[in-house]
Design a protein around this ligand. Structure first.
Ligand code: AMP
Ligand code: GLY
Length: 430
């Protein structure tokens, strides 16, 4: 089968790396891809949101399956675009239609959905410019800190956590007046959940699902979870405090009701669901849904799946995921992201990257990388540049190997967090 993956980050390199190992694969394409995917797949210079040119490329290259990496094209309806066109509908799309993608595209929709299907989540109220006063009244009933979320996609910046009530009221008003453009025309005000975050992932054909490995990511730029939020500075899998009994609660209270809820809403969901969870004293709560895999979580969880990934994708396409097997490697994976100095603010690009040949005992996934005109030197092309994953029976060894390799890859201004996984060492299971 011929597969096209859309996206250009570490997540897409990891998906391509895993898919490439399948005996069921004929040709692999990535649009637009990066310097890492170019090493073993054919990169196509097409933007992830350019549906027309993606459609042409699919027809020209006899694509059988389109795997959508990022959320924006899903929210914009790429699955509907393919499914409704006579010349494209034979192509299986892994990624939900626009109705399903609202789980991520509209936080107000996600909250209504969770409340309707009794999926545990923080208490909330959704407000608009007209109902600002009701929002202020609701804020006054809550205890600090106050959580304000822009309804729509806001490039990961739309969530504010504020300690002072007066400031929260002011921010609420400014969000409703367009602080995040139309994304904050509606704002979800939420109760603050005090706990430890982790993520669960499933692949579903709309009826059946496979639980993928769990992961914890590290969102802040600075060690000790300080400084601004980023796309993700590292990840670990499995999450040691997500033991069997906790994961059973996640399946019975969160995952199964979500899939049944989607069915009840008449939404045929084919793709990944990423559950952002809070473990509050052993009880799972949903913080958010994403309709795609996480980045860098993918770089951490895919190396732990030992079975054929294309078979699972076929199971989604043919709606027979229940007949497929998934095997998970028991070992620990640790992913460390190398970023360009200045990220998540302004950073330089086109800096040569060296040291690939010196790495060992790890997988080097490219994120923001490209090659120069002569296609010789690999250069930085984004804020998050490389994701290094090491895997071992010992969590401490996996961390050690990942950090050793993080030292070997070199580029001017390189920065990484040296404390990925450090908080989990206190759990004695490792
Ligand atoms: P979201 O985009 O909804 O995942 O929110 C971004 C981050 O804000 C999450 O990863 C959490 O760290 C934090 N957050 C969101 N909602 C809550 C909540 N209700 N209580 C505590 N922290 C939250
Ligand atoms: N690492 C978080 C995300 O992909 O949303």
């Amino acid at each position: 089968m011929n597969i096209l993956i859309t996206g250009s980050g570490g997540r897409e390199h990891a998906l391509a790396w895993k898919i490439k190992q399948s005996s069921k694969l004929d040709q692999l394409f990535v649009a637009p891809g990066n310097a890492g995917t170019a090493q073993f797949a054919k990169n196509l210079p097409i933007d992830v949101n350019d549906f027309d040119n993606l459609a042409h490329a699919c027809i020209e290259n006899h694509i059988d399956l389109l795997l959508v990496g990022p959320e924006a094209p899903l929210v914009e309806g790429i699955a509907d675009f393919f499914n409704s066109s006579p010349s494209l509908k034979h192509i299986a799309v892994v990624g939900p239609n626009a109705a399903g993608a609202r789980l991520e595209g509209s936080k107000a929709f996600a909250k209504t959905f969770m409340h309707k299907y009794q999926i545990p989540t923080a208490g909330s109220l959704t407000v608009t410019g007209e109902t600002l006063q009701a929002g202020i009244d609701f804020l006054q009933q809550l205890r600090a800190p106050y959580v304000l979320k822009a309804d729509g996609l806001a490039a990961g910046k739309g969530v504010l956590i504020i300690n002072d009530i007066k400031e929260a009221e002011k921010e609420l008003e400014s969000m409703l007046k367009g602080k995040f453009g139309s994304a904050s025309a509606q704002v979800v005000i939420e109760e603050f959940l005090d706990g430890i975050e982790l993520s669960a992932f499933v692949l579903t054909d709309g009826k059946n699902y496979k639980l993928l490995p769990s992961a914890k990511d590290y969102k802040r730029i600075g060690e000790g979870d300080t400084g601004p939020n980023t796309g993700g500075m590292g990840a670990v899998s499995p999450v040691v405090f997500a033991d069997r009994s906790f994961m059973e609660k996640v399946e019975s209270r969160v995952i199964i009701p979500t899939i049944k809820g989607l069915q009840a809403e008449g939404i045929p969901y084919k793709g990944f669901i990423f559950f952002g969870l809070m473990n509050v004293k052993g009880e799972p709560y949903v913080i958010e849904y994403n309709v795609r895999l996480g980045d860098p979580e993918t770089e951490c969880i895919l190396p732990r799946i030992s079975s054929d990934f294309v078979e699972l994708l076929e199971g989604v396409a043919h709606e027979n995921l229940d007949t497929k097997r998934i095997t998970i490697d028991d070992r620990y994976a640790v992913t460390v992201v190398l970023v360009s100095g200045g990220y998540p603010g302004n950073y330089m690009k086109n800096i040569p990257i060296k040291g690939f040949a010196e790495t060992k005992n790890c997988i080097v996934f490219h994120a923001g990388t490209g090659t120069d005109v002569e296609h010789e030197t690999i250069k930085t092309a984004g804020g998050r540049v490389i994701a290094i994953t090491s895997i071992d029976y010992s969590f401490e060894e996996a961390r050690k190997k990942a950090f050793e390799n993080a030292e070997k890859i070199q580029f001017e201004g390189k920065y990484y967090r040296g404390d990925i996984g450090l908080d989990l060492l206190k759990y004695k299971i490792v």
